[in-house]
Design a binder for this molecule. Structure first.
Ligand SMILES: [Zn+2]
Ligand SMILES: [Zn+2]
Length: 274
């Protein structure tokens, strides 16, 4: 009956393994959600490598992997997800924006192909089920987890998720770009009344005008959306690689001043919803 979230990677764009990124973390996007007897992994950035070690240690044999999209920082840990090389494991892999590109299996196969990667997807011994849906679709996982999705505003497309279980909800909204002064109606509808919203806050409002068209948003826009939608808590996520720990500490203080229900996601952070 639990509903737990763990952040295995919180960085955007590229991993930042440096002493100046230790406090908030250097691995790219990957979350684990244990809910209603199921395991759901959100994105396969470099953080999924450590998650894979955890799965082996705990002998966890199955999970659903939901991908926001397939830019490098969201999939390049996948070839290093060691449980996928074990025969007695089962992973159900889903994405919502890849019909025009031959589907998720084709895209992950092309990542694991020479001359850019030596081990093909076919070598993975686990049972891998691939499923493509369309961003905006709703579906269930297991008997009791409801999933709603929405298309995000990002180059090549991306999918936002809302996961609900026993009256609690977590939304995963990355990567997405906002339009200044015009809240994204699709996101507002998806996050309405949610307990936790994890949001692409790559930039600050000050930086944003120079980054229009790059496909990302700001922590201030996250606060505005969460306030308008009656959300209980904002997790600032997908940190810019150039935002070092000192910068992030200042950012968090500023964010909490603007809205006390905002927190900056750190690698290895856990949230318990049930
Ligand atoms: Zn990204
Ligand atoms: Zn992206």
């Amino acid at each position: 009956m639990s509903f737990k979230v763990k952040f295995w990677g919180v960085r955007g764009s590229i991993a930042t393994p440096s002493p100046r990124h230790i406090a908030f973390g250097g691995n790219t996007s990957c979350l684990e959600i244990a809910m209603g007897g199921e395991r759901i992994i959100l994105d396969a950035g470099t953080g999924i490598r450590n998650l894979g070690h955890w799965f082996l240690k705990k002998d966890l044999r199955r999970a659903h992997l939901l991908l926001s999209h397939t830019h490098w920082d969201h999939i390049n840990g996948f070839p290093f997800f060691s449980p996928a090389f074990r025969k007695d494991r089962h992973f159900h892999i889903m994405a919502g924006h890849l019909h025009a590109h031959g589907g998720i299996r084709t895209v992950l196969s092309s990542q694991m192909a020479n001359p850019t990667f030596p081990v093909p997807l076919a070598v993975m011994g686990a049972k891998l089920d691939f499923e493509d849906f369309r961003a905006g679709d709703k579906f269930n996982i297991g008997r009791s987890i409801k999933v709603r999705t929405a298309a995000l505003n990002h180059p090549d497309g991306a999918t936002g998720y809302r996961l609900e279980y026993r009256g609690k909800s977590v939304c995963y909204i990355t990567d997405t770009e906002h339009v200044i002064g015009k809240p994204d109606e699709k996101i507002l509808a998806l996050i309405e009344g949610a307990d936790v919203v994890i949001y692409d806050a790559t930039y600050t409002d000050d930086e944003f005008p120079g980054k229009i068209g790059w496909g990302h948003s700001t922590w201030q826009e996250g606060v505005r959306l969460c306030r308008q939608a009656g959300v209980k808590m904002l997790m600032i996520f997908h940190h810019d690689p150039d935002h070092e720990d000192l910068f992030m500490e200042r950012l968090e203080a500023e964010a909490r001043q603007m809205w006390p229900h905002a927190l900056v996601a750190r690698e290895n952070m856990r949230l318990n919803l049930l």
